[in-house]
Design a protein around this ligand. Structure first.
Ligand SMILES: *[C@@H]1O[C@H](CO)[C@@H](O)[C@H](O)[C@H]1NC(C)=O
Ligand SMILES: *[C@@H]1O[C@H](CO)[C@@H](O)[C@H](O)[C@H]1NC(C)=O
Ligand SMILES: *[C@@H]1O[C@H](CO)[C@@H](O)[C@H](O)[C@H]1NC(C)=O
Ligand SMILES: *[C@@H]1O[C@H](CO)[C@@H](O)[C@H](O)[C@H]1NC(C)=O
Ligand SMILES: *[C@@H]1O[C@H](CO)[C@@H](O)[C@H](O)[C@H]1NC(C)=O
Ligand SMILES: *[C@@H]1O[C@H](CO)[C@@H](O)[C@H](O)[C@H]1NC(C)=O
Ligand SMILES: *[C@@H]1O[C@H](CO)[C@@H](O)[C@H](O)[C@H]1NC(C)=O
Ligand SMILES: *[C@@H]1O[C@H](CO)[C@@H](O)[C@H](O)[C@H]1NC(C)=O
Ligand SMILES: *[C@@H]1O[C@H](CO)[C@@H](O)[C@H](O)[C@H]1NC(C)=O
Length: 673
């Protein structure tokens, strides 16, 4: 039986050399790992002889550290010793070689404790609250495979040096330098794709006297590059504590990948021993160790049985595919996680009314609990009129799904069945902002919380406008699109959707997207969305957050609708601005701040688009880094602002229509739909 001689990898005992010299230096060499030799946390595991930091499950981290603290700094001289490390790692993406996440790092940290550590862009190293804090005493060399603009990453395939922070002090595209063979030529850099699944060797050397750190990488078939990839002047005395733990961390995000460490050598004071590459554990192995006759028989039976099972599975799959979830080849290109329709049906209890979180312009949103992980999600069931343009739709979802910012609701994945499209998002415990502002909310947001919401949304919008390769207009900024997580952090939802609907499949029906009361007058006129129209809606949102009133209130009968922007303008002109503040705050607010936000709201919602600030300026004003510019007078050219359509929805801005603020009773406000 020929197929019995399966590639059973030689399983040698891990070769470990531990030395403890009298000068307290630590040196070790793992040509393969054993669970007893390494301290694991998160989902890290010793798999065979290698350490697997993560698997392909989303948004988890894994850490593997040498279990004992290492003396790295001399307490009396405050000098960090010259340490060095060599290791071999391998990053295998879940999908195509271009899509993997999030990356891994070589880490020195004062603690083995991993509580509070974040996955995704934090690489299992730090979290959002301790990021950048000099009391972390964390030094890392990151091998990052996702470009996080939040941390100013240069690309999605780089090596960086991180001191207490996810922002790299120095980083460079992954690769290695080859010296010139020829004096008239410069050295050349050959790129390395970190997430290609290739086995990669890395060298990290720190010279404590010259305070220089060198980092090099090369694929396993190459020798050590003569010119380091990164060579940086660095005083680690300021960062590291006397004793440190050393090891690796890795994490997955929405896009996942497996991060493995195959072998590792370290010397806390001197040159690390070279690895024995002939003893490297094999990455693709899953074969048990005892090769007995019975085992071989078992294997052959298993092979036959699995072949049979596979064939029937494939048959069943093909049948099922033809039945419902049709996966087209192009869908796989986008790399966004595709959930099984069945799981989502189970998660939402068959889209039970009790799980309904809200109904938006694009469909109904349900809460769900994923069957296996127990992870809470929000599922948006899109109402779509036709299957046309679906490819573009999913492509757009996938590209916006790669946007990552703490003030954007994270798209986790999607699912499709027949004409139905489901989008899966992070679940936001505190629901949407409108529910906490208008009418009789269950909890009244305090001023500090409102200020945090406003700053968060401004940061999220700045990211959409300026932080991504291409500018993204939100087009539907409004309180019901602002969601609050368990800690009342504000996140913008529904970005990217509006554009798709606007450029609907049918070019003859330009469906104007946006919500009444948030629409800039020039948008109503021309139908053209710009960053300035987004800023206008943001201005309306600012006013809502301070006043606790909707941007437009229908008063029934023949009474003219109340427009919040106009109402606040009127108060401002009459020097009664503070009367606009939400009575529910009970006067508990900082007057200066409130005035600033109100005037900023008026500035952003100025009828003249040129008078409105850019989001960057808004963010600076809100964080007191820039002064509030003077508010230009409220000039409206009535004829030009009136929409061309006879659509009654678009009200013109007539200066006489503003009703006195006090005539309104907050409890009788009707919602604007
Ligand atoms: C590493 O693991 C091996 C195998 O169990 C064991 O013999 C050795 O003592 C361990 N070394 C340390 C330092 O824990
Ligand atoms: C990844 O590891 C975790 C923890 O060990 C486990 O619960 C999960 O099922 C694994 N995922 C995959 C895709 O193997
Ligand atoms: C962040 O990590 C620190 C420890 O490094 C922990 O004290 C803190 O609670 C964590 N923060 C969050 C939000 O988990
Ligand atoms: C840094 O961390 C320390 C200890 O956790 C904390 O007391 C301090 O407030 C933090 N500093 C900043 C700027 O967050
Ligand atoms: C590393 O970063 C520092 C400042 O962050 C800079 O001064 C230095 O030139 C950088 N070095 C290299 C080699 O890029
Ligand atoms: C060096 O490179 C230059 C330009 O590529 C070439 O013209 C020259 O012949 C090379 N010389 C040698 C000795 O290889
Ligand atoms: C080599 O590098 C120098 C400095 O970066 C540059 O001025 C020169 O043109 C380069 N020469 C070649 C052959 O690329
Ligand atoms: C770092 O690289 C530079 C340039 O190749 C070299 O001169 C220096 O000795 C290296 N330092 C260490 C600690 O390897
Ligand atoms: C490095 O940092 C330490 C601690 O801040 C300081 O004592 C030392 O003078 C620094 N060394 C140099 C060369 O800057």
């Amino acid at each position: 039986m020929r197929f019995l001689s399966l590639p059973i990898v030689c399983v040698c005992l891990p070769l470990i050399i531990i030395q403890a010299s009298p000068t307290e230096s630590t040196s070790f060499l793992f040509n393969g790992f054993h669970a007893k030799n390494i301290s694991l946390s998160g989902i890290a595991e010793v798999d065979g002889r290698l350490v697997r930091l993560t698997n392909t499950s989303s948004r988890l981290f894994g850490r593997a550290f040498y279990p004992y603290p290492i003396r790295i700094k001399d307490a009396s001289t405050n000098a960090v010793s010259s340490f060095s490390s060599i290791f071999v790692f391998c990053i295998t993406p879940l999908l195509a070689p271009t899509l993997g996440g999030h990356g891994m790092a070589f880490v020195m940290s004062p603690s083995l404790d991993s509580t509070g550590i974040f996955p995704s862009q934090y690489l299992g190293m730090l979290n959002a609250s301790d990021n950048g804090n000099s009391s972390n005493h964390v030094f890392a060399v990151e091998f990052d495979t996702v470009q996080d603009l939040e941390f100013e990453d240069i690309n999605d395939n780089h090596v960086g040096i991180n001191l207490n922070s996810m922002f790299s002090t120095n980083s460079t595209a992954a690769g290695y330098w080859s010296p010139s063979q020829n004096a008239s030529q410069n050295a050349s850099k050959t790129p390395i794709n970190l997430k290609s699944g290739d086995v990669i060797q890395a060298w990290i050397d720190y010279d404590g006297h010259r305070q220089q750190l060198n980092v090099s990488i090369a694929t396993i078939d190459q020798t050590r590059p003569q010119i380091p990839l990164l060579s940086v002047k660095l005083n680690l005395s300021e960062v590291l504590k006397e004793n440190t733990y050393v090891g690796f961390s890795g994490s997955t995000g929405v896009i996942a990948g497996t991060h493995r460490v195959l072998s590792w050598s370290f010397n806390s004071n001197g040159v690390a021993k070279s690895l024995d590459l002939s003893k490297l554990p094999s990455v693709v192995r899953k074969v048990p160790t005892v090769a007995t006759i019975q085992f071989k028989v078992l294997v052959s039976i298993a092979v036959v049985v699995s072949f049979l099972i596979l064939t029937s599975l494939v048959g069943l799959l093909l049948y099922k595919r033809s039945q419902r979830e049709i996966v087209e080849s192009w869908e796989l290109e986008f790399g966004l996680h595709r959930y099984s329709y069945k799981d989502l049906v189970l998660a939402t209890r068959k889209f039970h009314e009790k799980e309904l979180l809200g109904v938006g312009g694009f469909g109904r949103v349900y809460r769900g609990v994923l069957p296996k992980s127990g992870f809470e999600i929000a599922v948006k069931r899109l109402s779509r009129e036709s299957d046309q343009g679906e490819r573009e739709f999913i492509a757009e979802m996938a590209s916006t799904g790669r946007l990552r910012h703490r003030n954007l609701v994270q798209l986790l994945g999607w699912s499709r069945r027949k004409g139905e499209l489901l989008l899966v998002y992070d679940y936001m415990q505190n629901g949407s902002l409108d529910k906490l502002l208008f009418g009789k909310p269950s909890t009244v947001l305090r001023w500090e919380q409102r200020r945090k919401v406003v700053k968060g949304i401004a940061a999220g919008m700045l990211y959409l406008h300026e932080g991504w390769e291409q500018q993204i207009l939100h087009r539907d900024i409004k309180a019901s699109n602002v969601l609050l997580d368990a800690d009342m952090n504000a996140k913008l939802g529904d970005f990217g959707l509006a554009r798709l609907y606007e450029h609907g499949q049918n070019p003859h029906t330009t469906r104007v997207v946006g919500t009444l009361g948030y629409l800039a007058p020039e948008f109503a006129r021309t139908g053209k969305a710009t960053t300035a129209t987004d800023v206008y809606s943001f201005g309306a949102l600012l006013l809502e957050v301070v006043t606790g009133r909707r941007p437009i209130e229908h008063r029934g009968g023949n009474a003219e609708d109340f427009l919040l922007v106009e109402g606040v303008w009127e108060l401002y002109t009459n020097g009664r601005l503070l009367e606009a503040v939400d009575k529910k705050l009970d006067g508990l607010f900082n007057v200066e701040e409130v005035e600033k936000v109100l005037i900023l709201g008026l500035l952003c919602s100025h009828p003249d688009p040129l008078a409105r600030p850019a989001m960057r300026q808004v963010v600076q004003i809100l964080s007191n880094e820039a002064p509030l510019p003077p508010l230009p007078p409220y000039h409206v050219n009535l004829s030009s602002q009136r929409p061309h359509t006879d659509d009654k929805e678009f009200r013109s801005y007539s200066s006489s229509s503003a009703k006195s603020w006090s005539t309104l009773d907050a409890s009788t406000h009707l919602s604007a739909r």
